[in-house]
Design a binder for this molecule. Structure first.
Ligand SMILES: NC(=O)c1ccc[n+]([C@@H]2O[C@H](COP(=O)([O-])OP(=O)(O)OC[C@H]3O[C@@H](n4cnc5c(N)ncnc54)[C@H](O)[C@@H]3O)[C@@H](O)[C@H]2O)c1
Length: 357
């Protein structure tokens, strides 16, 4: 039996802690090395998790021949260069969402995985929830009939985390690429991953990051400073039409004058509908009556358990060659959708996705 999979982490900020805790829980993984360009954070995380192989430059870490795989948990602009370097060094990669800043970068990453025959998994963590598995069961048993419309909502009233999140050169955009990506992916995954054929999008920069506004400050980037740039949209809305005729409406915000933050998906089919917020409710017609159904099993997992499911799957794919549930091509398709939504917002026109997208 092969030894434990030796893991390196590139970018040891906030979300890396979920990866690290999950690797620590996994009997088949060994946390082996950390890399971050921020010296203080690297030292602190090394001490916290007793990791002594610490690097500022991921190329150095990747030259460790015994390292098997890495989690890429950097800000978005470093995903593509770090993942390509890791794949070219022969390592398997789990890359956080969004896959990259653009479809072009995402394609380079997928090609690097192919040419090196290594796994590139994208961290679409919502795919690993109980709610997703339960909805999938209902969909597989044709509970909904034809799913022809969906709404994905991820709205925050004062939810720009600051730091790199507001800096387009490092994030690629605001709430659409940061939050919208989660819910667009979940809906598309549940619908059987249809290809997008056209999109219409609009973005707004009206309220900024609201750093001066008093009120709950629930979302704080580890890199937040007093002189953060904010050149990303604060609201994005869009419509995505899929090849099977289904349409998804998406709304995502960092700043918006709404009563309370809201994160939900709604699916509408010919036989039934569903709402996930965060518990699952089903809406149908039975015996000539409109009925609402709630489940007697818990449908939501904790954040930690979601990540544990994702990381366990990554380890199983690397160790046992399991087919990946969240492969690179899904990240490429997502980047094509996001590129098209931003392009539509910039031009004011519908964008048709080409056959190759
Ligand atoms: N799946 C989820 O639910 C979820 C939640 C939050 C964040 N994320 C994603 O995780 C990623 C990180 O987000 P975060 O909140 O942890 O940010 P963060 O700022 O807390 O951490 C990012 C770290 O990457 C480091 N870094 C940047 N460039 C680097 C490079 N070239 N080499 C090494 N280190 C580098 C930074 O110094 C920083 O410590 C983002 O892509 C974000 O979208 C995913």
């Amino acid at each position: 039996m092969k030894e434990k999979i030796k893991i390196g982490i590139i970018g040891v900020g906030n979300i890396s802690e979920e990866h690290i805790q999950s690797y620590l829980r996994s009997p088949d993984a060994e946390l082996y090395a950390f890399c971050d360009i921020n010296s203080d954070r690297l030292t602190k995380m090394g001490e916290k998790y007793q990791i002594t192989r610490l690097y500022h430059d991921y190329h150095e870490m990747l030259s460790l021949p015994e390292l098997d795989a890495v989690s890429v948990c950097t800000w978005n602009s470093a995903h593509a260069p770090a993942a390509v370097a890791a794949l070219d060094a022969g390592k398997h990669v789990l890359c956080e969402k969004p896959m990259a800043l653009s479809k072009a970068q995402a394609e380079q990453m997928r090609e690097a995985a192919l040419r090196n025959n290594r796994l590139l998994m994208i961290g679409f963590v919502r795919r690993f929830g109980n709610d997703c598995a339960i909805l999938q069961d209902f969909i597989d048993q044709d509970y909904f009939g034809e799913l022809y419309f969906a709404k994905a909502t991820y709205l925050r009233r004062k939810g720009n985390p600051g730091g790199w999140f507001g800096d387009k050169s490092r994030s690629g955009g605001g709430p659409l690429i940061d939050l919208g990506v989660h819910v667009i992916d979940l809906v598309r995954y549940l619908m059987g991953k249809p290809k997008a054929v056209s999109v219409y999008g609009a973005t707004f920069r009206k309220l900024g990051d609201r750093s001066e506004i008093k009120g709950a400050a629930g979302y704080q980037s580890s890199g937040k400073t007093d002189h953060d740039i904010c050149d990303v949209e604060d609201l994005a809305t869009g419509m995505i039409r899929f090849e099977n005729g289904a349409v998804l409406q998406i709304d995502a915000s960092f700043s918006l004058n709404l009563k309370e933050d809201k994160g939900e998906i709604e699916l509408f089919g010919t036989k039934a509908g569903a709402k996930l917020n965060p518990e699952l409710e089903l809406f149908s017609e039975d015996c000539g009556y409109m009925t609402n159904v709630s489940l007697t099993v818990p449908t939501a997992l904790s954040f930690e358990d979601l990540f544990y499911q994702e990381i366990s799957h990554f380890i199983s794919c690397v160790k046992d060659g399991l087919p990946c549930r969240s492969p690179a091509e899904d990240g490429v398709e997502m980047m094509a959708i996001l590129d098209a939504l931003y392009k539509s917002a910039a031009t004011g026109h519908e964008v048709i996705l080409s056959q190759e997208d």
